[in-house]
Design a protein around this ligand. Structure first.
Ligand code: GLN
Length: 318
């Protein structure tokens, strides 16, 4: 009888696969558009590209600019959601839905139609509701510190910081996000002042991390909410599973279907061109390339993930 293979016994050399993946996308380097509504994100070199994988046994592999920090933008929503669920549990779902939005990440129209209850926690309005719950009885600064400490501990690097120039730019260009927050306040779906809520949201979008740090930080999502290295339970398994479900259906705004079709992994995109993807029972992948497609997902980053998944067979639908 042959022994069942452990998922971490990879059928290929992962370093070679990452190097080949970066080489594959050289023709796309620099393509896509930078988000003009956030001036700080137009100052990056659009030719940057990197990818990193963190495995459950502690190994990390990386290629390209995987050790260069970028603002993780709404990838942070996955982590704030984890913390808010720890704080308030299932009552969070009284304030935010679980359905794919099929709309732009910052759609006001949808929020009006649905009376101030955002479709899901991974779009901007939903992330702000999550932040409102995360603040709870504390201050916005305490909520931000909790999120920072969580990320530092998860990735094992206490130097992770907020990029203050990005945070200022988020606030200066934040009219639409403030409008979303005011809409929710008008429908009594926020319990703190709009400025308190957006101050958490703008700072979480400006957290600067590298692909390697990001992949390590998200490992608990690949292992039923448990840190695979220490065995510590970070999040209830049932909640980790639900976050993955939301990442599949809602992680990339109105191109979540395209991402599931092409890559087949739970994921979350940010407008800085970062993408986090989870390979259940194996590990986490972070890809970064600043140019975006028309829906706001990294153009080259998503192609890198597609190529890597073709090589590794990691699609959850395989
Ligand atoms: N800071 C961005 C915004 O609020 C984050 C959106 C995103 O990454 N999708 O628009």
């Amino acid at each position: 009888m042959t022994e069942a293979k452990h998922p971490l016994d990879l059928p290929i050399d992962l370093q070679e696969a990452l190097d080949a993946t970066v080489a594959d996308v050289s023709a796309y380097q620099g393509q896509g558009v930078l988000p003009s509504y956030l001036p700080s994100l137009t100052q990056v070199n659009p030719r940057k590209l990197g990818i990193a994988v963190a495995l459950g046994d502690g190994r990390t592999f990386a290629a390209g600019d995987a050790d260069e920090a970028f603002s993780i933008q709404s990838i942070s929503n996955v982590f704030s959601l984890s913390l808010a669920l720890q704080h308030v549990g299932g009552s969070l779902w009284n304030h935010v839905g679980k359905e794919a939005s099929g709309s732009a990440v910052n759609s006001v129209v949808q929020l009006e139609l649905e009376k101030g209850k955002p479709r899901n926690p991974l779009i901007n309005a939903g992330a702000m509701v999550v932040d409102d719950q995360l603040i709870g009885h504390d201050s916005p600064d305490v909520a931000v510190n909790e999120l920072m400490e969580f990320l530092r501990e998860r990735c094992g690097d206490c130097t992770v910081e907020i990029d203050q120039s990005v945070a200022i730019s988020e606030s200066q260009g934040g009219s639409l996000n403030r409008s979303l927050a005011h809409y929710m306040a008008a429908f009594n779906n926020l319990s703190h002042p709009v400025e308190d809520v957006v101050s958490v949201y703008f700072r979480q979008c400006a957290i600067a991390m590298t692909c390697r740090q990001l992949a390590k930080a998200a490992l608990y999502l690949a292992f039923d909410g448990t840190d695979p290295l220490t065995g510590d339970q970070i999040l209830l398994a049932s909640r980790a599973r639900r976050i993955l479900a939301l990442m599949v259906t809602c992680g990339h705004y109105d191109n979540s279907g395209d991402f599931a079709f092409r890559i087949g992994l739970p994921g979350k995109s940010g407008v800085s061109g970062g993408i986090l993807a989870i390979v259940p029972r194996v590990g986490a992948i972070a890809a970064w390339s600043p140019g975006l497609n028309s829906a706001g997902t990294s153009l080259t980053g998503s192609i890198m993930l597609e190529k890597l998944v073709e090589r590794t067979g990691w699609s959850i639908f395989a």
